[in-house]
Design a protein around this ligand. Structure first.
Ligand SMILES: Nc1nc2c(ncn2[C@@H]2O[C@H](COP(=O)(O)OP(=O)(O)OP(=O)(O)O)[C@@H](O)[C@H]2O)c(=O)[nH]1
Ligand SMILES: [Mg+2]
Length: 291
């Protein structure tokens, strides 16, 4: 069997997690319209015939902010890149800017095949423009890549072509696949589904200042019973996250439960607690959970 580890990297919000979920044919990674949705590297496997693709979704690389947490996220993403066999650098097709160039700076000297993936081409109205867009990518950028492929992770356009190119590249490898990434425990995904629902339903700043932990995970033949806690940094966020008569927490819980049931293939009972803890972002325990 041929195969390898393929990391999906890029600046925030270009559609990495959407592409990842599409490729592994499961909703493993949170994907929302807000930047910096992904905080962990997540891996997923796709087996097709004699090929085993091990895809890795990574947090959006963000070199602008000096915060500790961003450094941890970048380090996390970069360590996945350094361990992979092929890099997919995702950009928005019409918006290659200095932040994408910074990502390129971090990968260009690695002796690995690299594919530049221009995402979101479903947004192009006049299809003729695509040729124009491709020809306008400066050679100081395009020269570093083995291939440039336009795709849409939303409409699945050109995804088969992308897979063919990946397969061709991995076929040249001499060594067999070794999975180098630790599998995330199942409860990790429930915590992520809760965080994804928070990003989706709550106003901008709240999801960035919360953290989710699963406190109980018990399974019997019929049901999985999960208890989780959402930690908040501001007291005033408590009533917003809980909502009027608990309506918001019910909505968040329902979304996370539905995704969990789909992934785990079993009925899930999910209870979510909300707590105020202004220091969660600095706690070593929390930062360590990102390694
Ligand atoms: N129109 C269009 N939208 C897309 C496409 N791919 C992703 N999106 C949207 O772009 C937004 C960001 O998608 P994500 O997959 O969360 O992006 P990301 O790169 O993982 O973002 P971070 O995790 O924050 O770095 C979401 O609203 C997606 O629905 C695409 O091919 N076309
Ligand atoms: Mg993401």
């Amino acid at each position: 069997m041929i195969g390898g580890n393929i990391s999906i990297v890029g600046k925030p919000n270009v559609g990495k997690s959407t592409l990842f979920n599409l490729l592994v044919q499961k909703h493993l990674a949170g994907a929302t319209r807000k930047p910096q949705t992904t905080r962990h590297t997540i891996d997923g496997v796709l087996e097709e015939g004699s090929i085993k693709y091990q895809f890795i979704d990574t947090p959006g690389l963000n070199f602008n902010i000096k915060k500790n947490f961003n450094k941890v996220l970048n380090k996390n993403a970069l360590s996945a890149i350094y361990q992979s066999n092929l890099i997919l650098h995702l950009v928005r097709y019409n918006q290659i800017n200095k932040d994408d160039v910074k990502v390129l700076e971090n990968i260009k000297n690695l002796e690995l095949p690299k594919i530049l993936v221009l995402n979101k081409i479903d947004l192009i109205r006049d299809k003729k423009r695509l040729v124009n867009i491709l020809s306008k990518i400066p050679s100081e950028i395009s020269d570093y890549y083995d291939e440039i492929i336009p795709v849409s992770s939303k409409s699945s356009k050109n995804i088969d072509k992308l897979k063919k190119v990946i397969k061709k590249s991995l076929s040249k490898r001499k060594n067999q696949v070794e999975s180098i990434f630790n599998k995330k425990p199942t409860e990790f995904f429930t915590a992520e589904y809760i965080r994804e629902a928070c990003i989706r339903y709550l106003s901008e700043e709240i999801p960035y200042s919360l953290h989710v932990e699963v406190n109980k995970y018990e399974e019997n033949s019929k049901l999985i019973s999960i208890a989780a806690t959402i930690y908040l940094r501001k007291k005033s966020h408590l009533s917003i996250v809980v909502g009027k008569n608990g309506s918001m927490i019910v909505k968040i819980s329902k979304a996370a439960r539905i995704y969990s049931e789909k992934l785990l293939n079993k009925k899930v009972f999910l209870k979510i607690f909300v707590k105020y803890d202004p220091k969660w972002k600095e706690s070593e325990h929390f930062l360590n959970s990102y390694y």
